[in-house]
Design a protein around this ligand. Structure first.
Ligand code: JFZ
Length: 473
């Protein structure tokens, strides 16, 4: 017996994926760049000789700086090294096809000259509109821009933090029929209405000022007061979409009326793609539930904004990141690498070098990433595979010690047919890959042994073998 859906006013408005051209374009990005930049880049995780172990973009809450000092940092914000065109070039060279930029993080500082607050770039010594410079420069390079926007805004008097209540607790309260009120006073409740209007105004302002953008990337929407306003938020989302055709919004924008986030009470994805993968990747297709998704990833353990001290945690290598790019694309997702420029507008040398290395690899192997999807091959120990039409790309991340690669090709779904490899080629050398018969199993899977040649062995980096499958009987 099929379980009947719970009737929802503010759940998913669509079952299954978006099918329009905008979303199809999103699906084919493969690789993106995230940039966290704001006044937190000035302290860069350090103040008066003390270092925060926690995320540098949360520095206002670190206890190492007073709120007053932090809220006045913008008066020093003067990134003389900032060059939007240079940033866009670097992203292009890395192989990024979309970019997400923090217009406003939790501290509330606006990187664009918002007319709804004084706490903006217009009132810094820099003065110029950073969001505009970036939207123009990236668009010019052919990289699509998405705007990150934090619902949490510590600078607005009407913003009320949900306190210690998390969305799981709210859900429980809903289930128990309790009506939790996040506001302690009438006055607070009134101010929150002002905050809602302010938030709405800013979002329309962003769509007005930067019509080239493709989507909005929301954050901080777990906040109780926001979750409690599910109906209002839902309407806002519809209005934003109406204003901006094709607008892409992930699952971090709103919850259903029962406080469910990402998936509504019936298990349907809320909005366009699953935004749950924050510094983690799904391990198989089942885990993705068939939703569109992207994964945003930091290079250190958990630093999004600029932190001066990168010795605190492991720093991912280009090959770690390449492995994740391939993993994400093999599971029908996009992968996004985060950068945190410093207070002067410069990327740290480590980031420049990582972007270069990833870009070098992408320029040779991007055929295995762009526009590809999950392949018909099962996950195998040597790495991940992606597919486009009848081509399958084997990205080898774990090269066997004996340099003999065993590739398992499944049986065809067509009766009495099997798949064989018609030809195979290394993307980096363009040379034909030598393949020999590696046997069969009783289920009709065919095994191939690929002898990895000396020039590929020497590469000492992940490599791709492009194979063409043919159905035979
Ligand atoms: C948020 C921010 O607090 C953080 O500073 C950064 O901007 C990041 C991209 O987003 O942090 C989160 C958001 C979601 C989860 C964890 C941290 N999550 O869903 O597990």
């Amino acid at each position: 017996k099929v379980k009947e859906d719970i009737p929802l006013k503010h759940g998913a408005h669509r079952i299954g994926k978006r099918t329009d051209a905008y979303m199809q374009h999103w699906r084919e990005y493969g690789l993106g760049q995230f940039i966290h930049w704001g006044v937190y880049a000035i302290p860069g995780g350090q103040w008066n000789g003390k270092t925060t172990q926690y995320a540098a973009e949360w520095f206002r809450t670190s206890g190492l700086i007073s709120k007053e000092e932090y809220d006045n940092l913008y008066k020093e914000f003067n990134p003389t090294g900032f060059d939007a065109k240079q940033w866009a070039k670097m992203a292009k060279q890395m192989g990024a096809r979309y970019m997400i930029f923090t217009t406003k993080h939790h501290d509330g500082f606006c990187m664009w000259p918002s007319k709804y607050t004084d706490y903006t770039i217009a009132n810094t010594p820099y003065k110029k509109d950073i969001v505009k410079e970036l939207v123009d420069a990236y668009t010019e390079e052919g990289i699509d821009v998405y705007l990150y926007f934090s619902i949490i805004d510590w600078s607005h008097p009407g913003y009320v933090s949900g306190g210690n209540i998390n969305s799981a607790d709210i859900k429980k309260m809903y289930q128990e029929g309790k009506n939790h009120n996040p506001f302690k006073t009438e006055r607070q409740a009134g101010l929150y209405e002002e905050f809602k209007t302010f938030t709405r105004n800013q979002l329309f302002e962003l769509l007005d000022d930067y019509p080239q953008i493709k989507g909005l990337w929301f954050d901080g929407s777990w906040d109780v007061a926001w979750v409690k306003n599910a109906g209002w938020v839902d309407t806002l989302g519809l209005e934003l979409r109406e204003k901006h055709p094709g607008l892409i919004i992930g699952s971090r924008f709103r919850s259903d009326e029962f406080g469910n986030r990402h998936e509504d009470a019936n298990g349907y994805l809320i909005d366009d793609y699953d935004q749950r993968y924050e510094r983690n990747l799904p391990k198989d297709l089942k885990e993705t539930k068939g939703f569109d998704w992207d994964c945003v990833m930091t290079i250190p353990e958990n630093q999004w904004g600029y932190h001066r001290d990168w010795t605190l945690t492991y720093i991912k290598t280009p090959y770690d990141l390449i492995g994740m790019i391939v993993q994400a694309n093999s599971l029908d997702g996009n992968f996004v690498i985060n950068f945190g420029p410093d207070g002067k507008g410069n990327f740290r040398p480590e980031e420049i070098s990582i972007a270069k290395e990833v870009g070098k690899w992408m320029s040779v192997n991007n055929e295995a990433i762009y526009g590809t999807h999950h392949s018909i091959l099962e996950k195998q120990d040597w790495g991940y595979s992606t597919q486009k039409d009848s081509y399958i790309y084997l990205t080898v991340l774990n090269k066997p010690m004996n340099n003999l690669l065993k590739v398992k090709v499944p049986r065809s779904k067509t009766k009495d047919m099997i798949y064989v490899i018609e030809n195979a080629q290394y993307l980096s050398t363009k040379k034909v890959a030598k393949i020999q018969d590696g046997g069969r199993d009783k289920f009709g899977s065919v095994f191939y042994d690929i002898v990895i040649p000396k020039d590929i062995q020497k590469l000492n980096e992940p490599f791709v073998i492009k194979i063409k499958l043919k159905e035979v009987n």
